[in-house]
Design a binder for this molecule. Structure first.
Ligand code: MN
Length: 437
């Protein structure tokens, strides 16, 4: 059955002057940018949960979207129809990757054993569809936040039986990810935090989380899973305080527990803004630590203080993101996963295509602009000049560790004052604008 009969397969590239809402204006998958194609730079991925399972329901209202694949038959029948619709969607969009949580692709059963059987069965069918279509799994993950047992944490639950259940769920989710050739496995700890210190032992919970990650690392080695482990920072929501607040906090946690070699970060734009940072700040912090693994490409709303998960449309933001990604030589096994949902009032299946076309075009445009900025080298030259005083003299001595405070004091005492040099911020902002045309 064709779930999207009005959509061409695949969506064509028509160029920037096209007014066709079902065509790409910038995303031209085979176009070479530098040494790689656009598709290989961006590695776009569809998020199963929002795109295929999103219903438009919110805290104030009932589902607003009627999807042909979400109705009729048993939960497993619906799961199979949803899987078919997913692969039709991916093929028509011309995207190679998708991502899922265990509970997105297969329904929870009456018992944990039944949930596991459901997941194994649907994953087997996903494998056949992947083989048929060439579509690949960017990453898998376990939903450790939806079930009420995880209301006080999963890895950090005060109840050891709950932590054990979460560990068992992750074990199978890693198995399934490996079986499907998943290139990464993501940990997002939406419930790994606390509501009140009155009932919380932070040190104990952080020790638990570290044990949880260590067990996952050991298991990965045991089964020979070669995918990259990723942690996705988020400051709050649904928990009040989440332990993976932002990139810097998460990196500090990994360093404290000796886990830095085993994890990279999956940076989400809207999580960055909720943490009081920009998207590019979080990307830059992760990249500087050699730990930028993948991206959840979305955006928030400046006027709203919660995770709106909107599709990215901001060319500036995409340009800055792509500059950081290009400068570190790409995302490796990671990609741009559109962890984004159409608005509640966008009730038509066509809206799913418009949303992804817009997100992919935004990042394609960002890629082209970023590539031009980097190739021209003007910005890089300014940056190099700004730190040039560390290449020789006192700057070099300080960074080499050959001088200390006493030596510096001796030299400085009779020296002239440092000469002020401009940071040239406005000039550089204008420079960036000159490339956006
Ligand atoms: Mn996300």
């Amino acid at each position: 059955m064709a779930y999207f009969p009005d959509v061409p397969s695949p969506i064509p590239f028509e160029g920037r002057d096209s007014k066709n809402p079902l065509a790409f204006k910038w995303y031209d998958k085979g176009r070479k940018v530098g040494t790689k194609t656009m598709a290989d730079h961006l590695r776009c991925s569809v998020a199963y949960w929002h795109t295929m399972k999103g219903s438009g329901a919110d805290m104030f209202g009932a589902p607003s979207m009627q999807r042909a694949w979400s109705n009729g038959g048993s939960p497993m029948d619906i799961a199979r129809k949803t899987l078919d619709a997913t692969f039709e969607f991916l093929q028509k969009l011309g995207v190679t990757y998708y991502c899922f949580h265990d509970r997105d692709i297969a329904p929870a059963g009456a018992t944990f054993a039944e949930s596991c059987r459901n997941l194994e069965a649907i994953a087997g069918e996903a494998k056949l569809l992947q083989k048929e279509t060439g579509i690949r799994l960017l990453w898998g993950t376990a939903n450790l936040f939806g079930d009420p047992i995880y209301g006080q944490g999963a890895a950090t639950s005060p109840n050891a039986a709950v932590m054990a259940r979460a560990a068992a769920q992750v074990k199978l989710a890693i198995d399934v990810t490996q079986m499907l050739g998943g290139e990464n496995y993501v940990f997002w700890g939406g419930r790994e935090g606390y509501e009140t210190l009155l009932n919380t032992d932070i040190r104990h919970e952080q020790d638990q989380m570290a044990r949880f990650f260590r067990m996952a690392v050991d298991y990965k080695k045991q089964i020979g899973f070669t995918g990259q482990f990723l942690i996705e920072p988020k400051p709050a929501e649904p928990s009040k305080h989440q332990y993976d607040f932002d990139a810097a906090t998460t990196l500090g946690f990994l360093r404290a527990y000796g886990l830095t070699d085993h994890f990279k970060l999956n940076i989400e734009a809207n999580h960055a803004t909720l943490a009081g940072h920009t998207f590019e700040h979080e990307l830059a912090v992760a990249s500087a630590a050699g730990a930028l693994g993948s991206v959840d490409a979305n955006r928030g709303d400046l006027l709203l203080g919660w995770d709106t998960d909107q599709f990215p449309t901001d060319v500036y933001s995409a340009t800055f993101a792509m500059m950081i990604i290009l400068q570190q030589g790409g995302l490796g096994t990671g990609g741009l996963n559109f962890d984004a949902k159409v608005r509640r009032s966008s009730t038509d299946t066509l809206d799913l295509f418009h949303a992804h076309i817009g997100g992919m075009d935004t990042f394609a445009r960002g890629l082209l602009i970023a590539h031009e900025i980097i190739s021209d080298g003007v910005l890089a030259q300014h940056l190099a000049n700004r730190y040039a005083s560390f290449a020789s003299g006192i700057g070099k001595d300080i960074m080499d560790g050959t001088v200390g405070l006493a030596d510096i004091y001796q030299r400085e005492r009779e020296s002239q004052d440092p000469v002020l040099t401009s940071g040239r911020q406005e000039m550089l902002e204008n420079l960036i604008n000159s490339y956006i045309r």
